[in-house]
Design a protein around this ligand. Structure first.
Ligand SMILES: [Zn+2]
Length: 84
C-alpha cells in the first residue's frame, strides 16, 4: 500500500452546502462543481428571460464557456429567444 500522508488530513474536508458531497481541496467556494453549475444555470436562465442577448454575451457576462451555454440551449434547459 501507499504511505500517502495526504489522506491523513481529514479534518479539513469541506462538503457541498447543497448536496453534501465532499469537495476537492482545490474547490472554490462551498458548492461542488455540479451544484455550482446549477446555481449559474438558474441565474443564466433568469437573465436570458429578461434580456435579449446572444449566447456569446451570456457566456461573457457569467464568465462561463460558450460551449456550456450552447449545451443548455441544446438540452432545452434554456428557452432561448431566436434572433431570426
Ligand atoms: Zn453539490
Amino acid at each position: 500500500m501507499f504511505n500517502n500522508n495526504s489522506f491523513s488530513n481529514k479534518s479539513n474536508k469541506k462538503t457541498c452546502r447543497n448536496c453534501g458531497r465532499y469537495l476537492a481541496r482545490s474547490n472554490q467556494g462551498d458548492l461542488c462543481p455540479e451544484c455550482s453549475d446549477e446555481e449559474i444555470y438558474a441565474e443564466v436562465k433568469e437573465y436570458i428571460l429578461h434580456n435579449n442577448v446572444t449566447e456569446l454575451q451570456v457566456a461573457e457576462k457569467f464568465n462561463i464557456p460558450l460551449k456550456q451555454v450552447k449545451s443548455w440551449v441544446k438540452d432545452g434547459r434554456i428557452d432561448y429567444r431566436k434572433h431570426h
